[in-house]
Each structure stands twice: as C-alpha cells, then as structure tokens.
Design a protein. Structure first.
Length: 716
C-alpha cells in the first residue's frame, strides 16, 4: 500500500543566521553540515529498496527532502550515522517537489538555514548528499544561473550531483542552507538545479492552504453533483412523460395512415382495372389496323431499309480515295454494328482482302461515316446487326498513331488519344493541335455518351436525340466548372423527385454556386432529398436546424436528421450527433453515448471525431481515464493536420502521460500546433524551451520542418 500525504501541523525550528560570519573552508562546511544530512530509503511492498535519496534535518525529528525521492513508497526509512529510523510523511508540496518527514528517535543537529536573497551568480556553493547511495559526499561549484519561475527561482549550479543526490543540502560559503539539490539534465554538462530554501520555509503554510482549497473544491463539486443529479432526474421524468405522449400520438397516426393506405390501395386497384381494359381495347384496334394493311406496311418498311442502306454505303464510300486504274478484284468484308442515328459503334474485319493497307483504310473509312437520321418504324439493332460492305481497292490511306506522352506535357496532333478531366468527363478519339478534331467519344460523369465528329473541341453531329449545342455546353461546363449550367441541369431532374439531383441543388444554393446563396432554398431541396433517404442530405438538414440557417434553431429536428444519417454510416453525422450528446444540446448530456458515436466516426477516419475521442480518454469522460488511448487517437488526428491534436500530442510528451516523457518530441509537436494557429501550444512550447538545450531546440525545429514536409505522416 503506497504512502498517503498527510497534512498535520508541525513546528519547524529554523536557525537563521543573524550575525556576520566569515567564509569557511570546504572542510569546515562539511564538518558542520554533514551531521545534519541523512540518506532516505524508499522501500517497496516486498521490503526491498526501490530508490535512494538525500535529506536535510531541519529540527529535532524533522527531515526535508524531494517528493520524487519517496514517490510510490510502501515504507520510508532514514539512515544517519549507520543507524536506520522509520519515517512518516508530514507535509508535501508536489508542485515544488518538497516533502517533510517525521522521524522518531533521530538525534541529529538541525542545519543552519540561510537565504538566497544575497545569493548571486558566481557565488561559491557546496552540495552534500548520497549520490548513488554514497552518503555524505561533498561536491563544490558555483551558482551558474538563477532561473526565474513562478513563486521564486531555480538555482542552477556547477557542483556535481547524481541520482541519490536529490533532497541533499546546498550550502553557501558560510555553511548555511540555501537550497535542496533536486534535478539535473543528462543531455548537458553542469546543468544541475536546486530549489531555494525559501520554498522549504513556506512548506507547512502552502500544504495547509492546499488542503483547505481541496476540501472547498470537493464540497463545491459534491453540491454541483447533487444539483446535476436532481436536474437529470427531473429531465428523465419529463422525457418519460413526453415519450408516453409521443407514443399515444404515434399510435393514432399509425391507425390513420393504415386507413389511408387501405383507401389508396382500393383506388389503385380500380385504376389498374380501368387501364387494363383500355390497353386491351387499344390492342384490339391495333390488330384490326394491322390486318387491314399488312402488305403496304411491309413494303414501306422494306423501301425505307433499302434507302437507308444505300445512304450508309454512300457515306462510307466518300471517305475512301479511289484510284481508277487499279484492279477492282480486291474485296474485303466487314461486320458493322450501328447505334440509333446511324453512328458506327464497331467495325470488325471478317474477310481480309489480302492487302493490309487496303483493309486498314476501309476500316477507317467505315468508322468515319457520318450518322444519318433514323428511318421511321425501323429498329437499327435488328436490321443492321450484321451489315457486310464491299469496296474497290484504294491507294491512299491515313493511319494515325497513338498520342505521345501525357496531354499536359506533350503536343497532341494527328494522333489517337484518351484524356480525362478532373470532373470525370472523358474523351477518346482523334486529336489535332491539342484539341478534339475528328472521330471521338465524349462520356460525361453520369454515363451520357456523345459519339461522332468533333472539331476544335466542338461536337458537330447529334447522338441519341442530343442537339449539337447541348453537347458543346456540356463540354464547356465540365472544362470551366460552370456551376450555373449544373443548376440548370439539376433543376428538371430535382423537380421529378431525383434525390441526388435535389441534394446537388441544395448544395448549390447553400454555397452560392451558380446561384445567389439562399439558405431557405437550400433547406427546401435538402429536405426533399432527406425525405427520400439521402444520407448526406439528412446530415446537412440536421446542421441547418442546429445552426438556425434558413429556419429557426431546433435541436430536436437536428437530432432527428443527424440520427437518421448516422444510422446509414455517414461519419460526419455520427460525429455531429456525438457532439450533441457531449454538450447536452437538445438531449440529456451523456458522455457514454457521445463516446460511442465518436468511436464510430473515428473508425472511418473522421479527424474531428478522432481528436474528441482522444480528449475524452485524456479526461476520463464517459470512459475510464486512459492516457495511452488518448495518445493513440491524438496521433491519428495529428497526422491529418488537426491543430488541437498536434498541440495535445505535444502536451502528452511533455507530461509523460501515456507515453515516455520526451521534451524534444514535445517541442516538435507543440511547434507544429503553434504553426497551425493554436495559442496554447505557443505558451507550452516556451516552457519546454527552458528545460532543453539550444541544440535540442534546433533538433526539434528541424524535426517539425521535416514532419510538415511529409504532411505530418511518419514523423516519429
């Protein structure tokens, strides 16, 4: 069982020097002070020595040392003149690392207590302690600096100290106590520090004041918890009443809805019956008409097919350069598949002519054939599925090579290439002077295709009923991010209940893309899309209700839409819902529920949720406090550049909580947090700089620069 810190009042007899003394020799100081110096043993729960330190006798049976010397001890013993005495903790000041012990049976003279008011840099000082357990070891040096800190200063000395020296006395040339040797920095030389003797004299008062403050805070917290509990109970009763009322209302609405559906079903059955009867009558009329004129109809279709074939062949022939004096015995046959509108989809050589040049030229000519209007009453996929064409030999033909390199770095002219815009629009076909020139296919992100002849990035033909200017507008919109065209495109679809189009239109009104920003209009389109189950629209609708944009602020509505979106796995909705539980917005504050939702969102990589999860583990909100888990989630958020996560990861390194203490890495992460705009990171970074060398500061700054270059990834 570890020692507890007790705060009982005791009297410290301080022997202040009030008369003029002369500087003493090191031997004289040692003879005087050594008898007042003891060894402090930290005994673990197995009876073994867990650590050693030093102590100074202040009065009969009272010894002062550093708190870290006795940390986590099950028992304490003090060794003096080869005798051991049991010790008990009396007073503690953890902030200043000073603790006092009560020892029964100790008969050692009290040290002479001096003052640091007259102590100056360069003054001679002597340290007496038990470094490495070697008790009553004397070392000397000078005061190299007086480091100002809150409430006083640290005394920086060159006198050698080692592990075991902590809590030992620091004496001036008169042999009076001016401080306690406390810590040293291993990375530097002669970077040893002592706390001032004034802090020792203030120990009892500060300890009692701290206890009184703690008792007052505990009482205030207890009162707050009682009030909070009463509030929660009242809210739960109110929620139960509201829930009962809502259930009654829902039951009535369900009954009304069931009745409405029954009536609608009966009406639909009647309408379906009427439609079936009308369809049967129309079928009978059509059969009668077909019976009256089958011969004329067949002849008309046959004539239209023949004329259409002739036009297609004529169009293809015009793309071939003929040489009259070459034999016409060379013939090739192709299988050609046409799209509605007469556009060639594919041309496959099924019977070679024996001349590869001829076959290649004919295939190219077929693919260049311009589309023709579709004849009435003809299904091209059925009539021209396999169209065989024969041509005379040719001498001239052009075979375009593939375009070299990339479109961004090379000049594409007289070649075949493929280019995809960042928007997703893709063009495959002929290029000339870095523009679409010749045959090609343009595919829009929604799957719409335009196939035909292009000239200077403009579409000259028509495909599947698309007009030429519509295609040109589509190309321009995708090249320039023309949001206004996007609004015009989405409006007809949105009006026909297209959830995705409604969501897109809501975004454009919300952000003012192509239209004047209008939150009310954005709310309308988000609501239509959300009602059809569009997950992201549900989240956006929840945010508008929460923030009062386009509608009066309503936490209940925000909760409803966030919850529906979160159930569909939307990470930002899970986070937003977690925030409302975290801060009790529209719902009873519930850290456990907030933690659950943050975890779902964080698992999908949502950076704000990762930071919030780390914060809750750091402070034990909704979960048992776990510094290692806090470090884990802060690190995941930090590598995505979150400013607060960068700063708190640095704080964890500084405190050594959940991770090994490392001031250099603490400085690196705090520097990155400060660069991201976190003021608190600047303050803590400046404190860290007082604890490390200039070389370590330069190392930390270089690490921060390297980390920033790597976008915060792989920085450790």
């Amino acid at each position: 069982m570890h020692l507890s810190f007790r705060h009982a009042v005791f009297t410290i007899v301080l022997l202040f020097v009030v008369f003029t003394v002369h500087a003493k020799t090191a031997s004289e100081i040692y003879e005087q002070a050594a008898r007042s110096t003891v060894v402090v043993e930290n005994i673990d729960n197995k009876g073994g020595i867990a650590g050693l330190g030093s102590g100074v006798v202040l009065s009969d049976g009272n010894v002062v040392t550093n708190c870290h010397v006795i940390k986590d001890a099950s028992q304490l013993k003090v060794r003096s003149s080869k005798n051991k005495f049991p010790a008990a903790l009396q007073f503690s000041d953890l902030d200043r690392d000073i603790c006092s012990l009560s020892i029964v049976g100790l008969n050692a003279p009290a040290v002479m207590v001096g003052s640091t008011k007259m102590l100056k840099v360069g003054a001679k000082v002597f340290a007496i302690g038990a470094p490495k357990g070697l008790e009553l070891t004397l070392s000397d040096g000078i005061v190299s600096s007086l480091r100002e800190v809150e409430g006083g200063h640290y005394i920086q000395i060159t006198a050698a100290i080692s592990p075991g020296s902590s809590g030992g006395g620091l004496f001036d040339e008169n042999g009076t106590l001016v401080g306690l040797t406390t810590f040293f920095i291993t990375e530097g030389q002669n970077l040893n520090f002592a706390v001032p003797v004034e802090w020792v004299t203030e120990l009892a008062i500060r300890s009692i004041n701290a206890e009184q403050r703690a008792e007052a805070e505990y009482k205030a917290q207890a009162e707050q918890k009682a009030l909070a509990k009463q509030k929660v109970q009242a809210e739960r009763r109110a929620e139960a009443e509201q829930r009962a009322e809502a259930e009654q209302k829902a039951e009535a609405e369900q009954k009304a809805e069931a009745e409405r559906k029954t009536q609608a079903k009966l009406k639909a059955l009647a309408e379906k019956k009427d439609q079936a009867e009308e369809k049967e009558r129309a079928k009978q009329r059509a059969q009668a008409e077909q019976a009256r004129a089958p011969a004329e109809q067949s002849a008309a279709i046959g004539k239209a097919v023949a004329e259409y074939k002739a036009k297609i062949i004529a169009k293809i022939r015009r793309n071939i350069v003929l040489l009259p004096d070459i034999s016409s015995n060379v013939i090739a046959e192709f299988e050609v598949t046409l799209l509605p509108g007469g556009m060639v989809l594919n041309a496959k050589l099924i019977k070679p002519s024996g001349s590869a040049a001829y076959d290649s030229a004919v295939e190219r000519a077929i693919k260049k054939a311009e589309p023709l209007p579709v004849p009435p009453d003809i299904t091209l996929f059925e009539i021209f599925r396999d169209l065989h064409l024969k041509f005379s030999p040719i001498l001239q033909y052009d075979r375009l090579p593939s375009c070299p390199g990339s479109y961004e770095t090379a000049t594409w002219t007289n070649c075949i290439g493929e280019y995809t815009y960042s928007s997703g629009t893709k063009y495959v076909g002929e290029f000339k002077n870095d523009k679409f020139n010749g045959q090609g296919t343009l595919t829009l992100p929604d799957g719409t295709k335009y196939v035909g002849e292009f000239k200077d990035d403009r579409f000259n033909g028509q495909e599947q009923g698309a007009k030429k200017n519509q295609v040109e507008n589509a190309i321009a919109a995708h090249k320039t991010n023309d949001f206004e065209s996007g609004v015009k495109k989405d409006q007809p679809t949105a009006a026909q209940d297209g959830a995705e189009a409604q969501y897109n239109l809501g975004n454009k009104y919300y952000y003012g893309q192509g239209v004047t920003q209008d939150y009310v209009e954005a709310l309308k389109w988000y609501a239509l899309a959300a009602a059809q189950g569009h997950a992201t629209a549900q989240n956006n609708l929840g945010s508008m209700h929460k923030n009062g944009k386009g509608v009066a602020q309503d936490y209940a509505e925000a909760l409803k839409w966030y919850r529906l979106s979160a159930l569909q796995g939307v990470d930002i909705a899970q986070f937003n819902l977690g925030v409302m539980y975290d801060y009790g917005q529209g719902v009873t504050q519930d850290y456990t529920e907030a933690l659950k939702l943050y975890r779902l969102s964080a698992a999908q990589g949502f950076v704000s949720a990762q930071f919030s999860l780390g914060y809750m583990y750091r402070h034990g909100q909704g979960v048992v406090q776990n510094y290692a888990e806090a470090v884990k989630w802060f690190r995941l958020a930090a590598i995505q550049g979150d400013a607060q996560a960068l700063s708190l990861l640095g704080a964890m390194y500084f405190e050594g909580k959940g991770i090994m203490q490392d001031y250099v890495r603490a400085h690196m992460w705090l520097n990155l947090g400060a660069a991201s705009g976190d003021i608190e990171a600047v303050k803590l970074r400046d404190i860290v700089e007082t604890l490390i060398t200039s070389q370590q500061i330069a190392q930390a700054q270089q690490m921060a620069n390297d980390c920033q270059q790597k976008n915060f990834k792989g920085c450790e």
